[in-house]
Design a protein around this ligand. Structure first.
Ligand code: SF4
Length: 89
């Protein structure tokens, strides 16, 4: 599973951080970004803004996407062959 945020729609309320602080971070601009292994991917719209989600965070990321008032958290399910090799724990 990979996830990204459309920062143009983010309200900055921080609900996603409440659900999953391992994957979502809020930077100085007050907008939420995804993070991978603790590193914020702050290149909105770029290929580098798509984060792999650790297996243990799958449910909380889904919960965050469902709760997001901006409806701007997007989840992509990777193919089982290529995608599941990358996530850690
Ligand atoms: S829950 Fe959605 S709108 Fe709120 S900070 Fe996170 S990404 Fe932005």
């Amino acid at each position: 599973m990979r996830v990204w945020i459309d920062q143009d729609l983010c309200t900055g309320d921080g609900l996603c951080l409440d659900h999953c602080p391992d994957v979502f971070v809020q930077l100085e601009d007050g907008i939420a970004y995804v993070a991978e292994q603790g590193v914020a991917l702050n290149d909105p719209g770029g290929a580098g803004s798509l984060a792999w989600v650790p297996l243990k965070n799958y449910q909380s990321v889904v919960d965050a996407a469902e709760a997001c008032p901006g409806e701007c958290i997007f989840i992509e399910m990777a193919s089982p062959v290529a995608g599941e090799l990358r996530p850690t724990a």
